[in-house]
Design a protein around this ligand. Sequence first.
Ligand SMILES: Nc1ncnc2c1ncn2[C@@H]1O[C@H](COP(=O)(O)OP(=O)(O)O)[C@@H](O)[C@H]1O
Ligand SMILES: [Mg+2]
Length: 372
Amino acid sequence: MKHPAANPRSTEYALAVSELRYRRLFETAQDGILILNAENGQIDDVNPFLTDMLGYSRAQLLGNKLWEIGPFKDVEASKAEFRELQREAYVRYEDLPLETSAGKAINVEFVSNIYQVNGDRVIQCNIRDITKRKRAEEKLKAYSRQLQVLSRRLVAAQETERRNIARELHDEIGQALTVIQLNLQAILHAPETETISPRVKESLEVVDQVLEQVRDISLNLRPLILDDLGLEPALRWFTKRQAALVGLRVRFHADPLKHRLSLVIENECFRVAQEALTNVVRHAHAKTVTVELRKEAGKLHLRVRDDGVGFDVGAVREKAVRGASLGLLSMEERAALAGGGLELKSTPKKGTEVHAWFPLKWQPPVTEPPSS
Ligand SMILES: Nc1ncnc2c1ncn2[C@@H]1O[C@H](COP(=O)(O)OP(=O)(O)O)[C@@H](O)[C@H]1O
Ligand SMILES: [Mg+2]
């Protein structure tokens, strides 16, 4: 008589096949698997991957209670955790610290399910070594923090430099040119200068142009109005000035603010608007530009919208990452550095909207000197 398990249609045969499949899965799994008796916490089975991971032999583990073995040696915590495993059908610890037999600290992701086998409750724990992943994540976090510090410093250094150059242009070169301008005007109006007056006139025109250029460069570098009067007047002024360059219609709205915003917020918001408006002038071919500065949901929202040609944001962003242009990236970077964010929407033939938001941080109030 044949053995029943050899008959392909018998239940025993099906069971044997199923058992074989389970065994192979169990033996070859690339995660650690631990089978516990749900009543007493005794280890009923471990797969080779787990014995390798923990550095214990199968014999050292089988028959022991979960909290009796080295890796789970923090007995009280393990007992409490075991009670939780017994109670809950599904438990997941995202990051559990364990120790291997060699004393190496590892981190695992621990997932357990509870189910019935022949009336016995069994807990199956899947244990994944995430030590490498965690280290890589920590490294990445450290790099990203470093990068953030660096770009913050870079932005700050750039701002200081710009302010210095702007001041020098305005104070030194501007002053010198003004002196020359006044002298030339005096010479022009002095008696007996008919022969030299065409030259003087020409020089005056050149000086006027250069003065205008110096003012423009200085303003673009660092508008003094931003320091002196704050974000709203600076933004209103800059919008009008840019729009006038290409004959754009302007819609400007700013919610009234009781105090001056912190210097960082004023600065970063202005710079984002400056880049967005420069892009409208340069690329959009728009009729109207709308600039809004609103206080919504505890944040400051800047929206710069145009009805111009629009563009494919994805394609441009891809190019930008390869170093083609920096404007869009620097807007995002500045908004993020100030603790806010930025969203860019553009529809070809319809127009573009830059939406940036910033935390509402205020400048400390100026304390009046005590009056005597
Ligand atoms: N408001 C806009 N309207 C149309 N195209 C725009 C607008 N803003 C940006 N773009 C497109 O996105 C590209 C990248 O912008 P940006 O990063 O500021 O670089 P740059 O202004 O130096 O070209 C622009 O070259 C342009 O093609
Ligand atoms: Mg640009």
